[in-house]
Design a binder for this molecule. Structure first.
Ligand SMILES: [Zn+2]
Ligand SMILES: [Zn+2]
Length: 305
């Protein structure tokens, strides 16, 4: 099953050096989530040939323009392209008012229903759950209310060992064996032992999105052992003071978070417009946490099972 992050935008503040403002498309199986929606996100979604009409949920980390100003344009394109499926938008308080005000003054009623959920920024909690995964939001430390998101697959069933599958097994029996349950005959004697016919489940994968935030080791508890961590790295270490003042992080600090959280891999993003060349940010992070990469637009980052 797919588990893939597509980078749509990687810059902070303004578009520069062919980099757009922050947005990512996360695909887990057949669920599609948009994470942040900087200006021009719909153009990126089209440019990279994504199936953006399949997005069911949009998660907005905070109301700085580089993270949400593309939302109105995307909603109107979905409307003009005759979307009818409901859309869920989860973000800070005020986002629903911003969107509905713009629609009201345009005398536009969308073809599809939009459900707004106001996220709380003072605790970690479950904000979405489906049969295969959970999404939690957790507080970040920024100038305004800002949340991160943790996407985690639920524990998976055991897999049938095809070499041991018997033709007389019923679908119901196979279902039970995959759940790890043994099958008994009516007289109470053992018929099939789950462990003899099945293989261990595949790994449950996870992805954490740490949007704009000051370096804060206290956040590590929310992202412990995550497979893939995205963490903003607006600045180089030489601008650490500026990072702290503006509630942002350096590449080294992002790497420290990945290391302390025991993450599998790290993606750096939200680059300051002052850096045309990004390799110094990558080098700085890799000195602390080797399995680091830069968010590059159009790139799909897969997490293997
Ligand atoms: Zn930002
Ligand atoms: Zn911000």
């Amino acid at each position: 099953m797919s588990f893939e992050v597509k980078i749509l935008g990687s810059n902070s503040a303004t578009p520069a050096h062919n980099r757009n403002q922050t947005s990512q498309l996360l695909t887990i199986g057949n669920e599609h989530f948009l994470i942040d929606c900087g200006e021009g996100t719909q153009i990126q979604l089209i440019r990279f040939r994504t199936k953006f009409h399949k997005i069911s949920h949009v998660f907005i980390s905070h109301l700085h323009g580089d993270h949400y100003l593309g939302l109105m344009g995307l909603l109107l394109t979905m409307h003009l392209q005759h979307r009818t499926e409901e859309l869920h938008i989860m973000g800070p308080g005020g986002l629903d008012e911003i969107i509905t005000t713009q629609l009201r003054y345009a005398h536009t009623t969308l073809n599809f229903k939009v459900h707004f959920t106001q996220l709380q920024d003072d605790k970690e909690y479950l904000i979405y759950e489906s049969s295969g995964l959970t999404v939690h939001s957790f507080p970040l430390v920024h100038r305004i209310a800002c949340t991160g998101f943790l996407f985690r697959e639920k524990p998976k069933e055991r897999r049938m060992n095809k070499l041991k599958l018997l033709p007389e097994m019923t679908g119901e029996e196979i279902g039970q064996l995959k759940k790890g349950l043994d099958i008994y005959k009516p007289d109470g004697s053992l018929k099939y032992r789950s462990f003899e016919f099945t293989l261990p489940p595949r790994r449950s994968r996870s992805y954490a999105y740490c949007s704009d935030t000051r370096y804060e080791p206290g956040l590590i508890r929310y992202i412990k052992n995550v497979d893939l961590l995205y963490h903003e790295s607006t600045f180089l270490k030489e601008h650490e003071k500026r990072a702290a003042e503006t509630y942002h992080s350096t590449a080294e600090q992002a790497a420290l978070m990945a290391k302390e959280a025991n993450a599998g891999g790290l993606v750096l993003g939200h680059f300051s417009v002052r850096y045309k060349e990004l390799s110094p940010l990558l080098d700085e992070a890799r000195r602390v946490f080797n399995n680091t990469r830069l968010a590059q637009e159009g790139q799909a980052i897969k997490v293997e099972e």
